[in-house]
Ligand binder design. Structure first.
Ligand code: 5GP
Ligand code: MG
Length: 181
C-alpha cells in the first residue's frame, strides 16, 4: 500500500517514485545487463543493507547465468555521509578473473563505491562495473563511472525500497523524499 506522506522519526517524507516506476527501471537495467554479460556469468555484489530490495528485484529479471553475493561496508550515518569506508565484510568468493557487477541502492558522493572499487581492483577481477538504482550527479565528488544507472535524481534525501532514515523506512514499497514541512 502506498501513502502520499509518511512520518519517520522527526521528518516528513512525500511520495517520489512509485513501486511501479521503480520496477520498470529495474527491468530496463536487468535487460541491459543480460545483453551485455551474455556468456560471462557475472558475479553480482550487492551492498547491504540498502540494496537488498533492488538486488532481489533485479535478479528476478536477469535472464542469463549469474551469481550473487552480499557485502557489507561501513558508510552512512544520519543524513550525511561519514566518509569512512573501512572494510568489505562478507566477501568469501574468489573474484579473480570474474566479471563483477556491484549493486548499490544510491550513489551520493561516490565515496563508498570508489573505496569498494579500489579494494576489489586489488583482487584481480576480469572487470568491475556498477549498477545503481539511483544516482545524485550533483553530489558526486569522486571519479566514479556508473555504467548502469536506474535514475538520476536531484540532491534530495530519499527513503523506502530498502533505503532507511536512521534505521526506519526500508520496508516501504515506494521511494519517498524528505519535505521541508
Ligand atoms: P556515498 O558514499 O556515495 O556518499 O553514499 C552512498 C551511501 O549513502 C548509499 O549506499 C546509501 O546507503 C547512503 N545514502 C546516500 N544518499 C542517501 C539518501 O538520499 N537516502 C538514504 N536513505 N541513504 C542515502
Ligand atoms: Mg548503501
Amino acid at each position: 500500500m502506498s501513502q502520499h506522506h509518511v512520518k519517520i522519526h522527526d521528518k516528513t517524507f512525500q511520495i517520489y517514485i512509485s513501486e511501479r516506476q521503480i520496477l520498470q527501471t529495474v527491468e530496463v537495467l536487468a535487460a541491459r545487463i543480460s545483453h551485455d554479460y551474455k556468456h560471462k556469468r557475472p558475479l553480482f555484489l550487492a551492498v547491504l543493507n540498502g540494496a537488498f530490495m533492488f538486488a532481489s528485484d533485479l535478479l528476478k529479471e536477469v535472464s542469463i547465468n549469474c551469481e550473487i553475493s552480499f557485502v557489507k561496508l561501513s558508510s552512512y550515518e544520519d543524513m550525511g555521509s561519514t566518509g569512512h569506508v573501512t572494510e568489505v565484510i562478507g566477501l568469501k568468493e574468489d573474484i579473480s578473473q570474474r566479471h563483477v557487477i556491484i549493486l548499490e541502492d544510491i550513489v551520493d558522493s561516490g565515496r563508498t563505491l570508489y573505496g569498494l572499487q579500489n579494494t576489489l581492483a586489488d583482487m584481480y577481477p576480469a572487470s568491475v562495473e556498477i549498477a545503481a538504482l539511483l544516482v545524485k550527479p550533483d553530489a558526486l565528488q569522486h571519479p566514479l563511472q556508473v555504467k548502469y544507472t536506474g535514475r538520476s535524481i536531484p540532491n534530495d534525501f530519499v527513503v523506502g525500497y530498502g533505503l532507511d532514515y536512521n534505521g526506519l523506512g526500508r520496508n516501504l514499497r515506494d521511494l519517498y523524499k524528505v519535505t521541508d514541512l
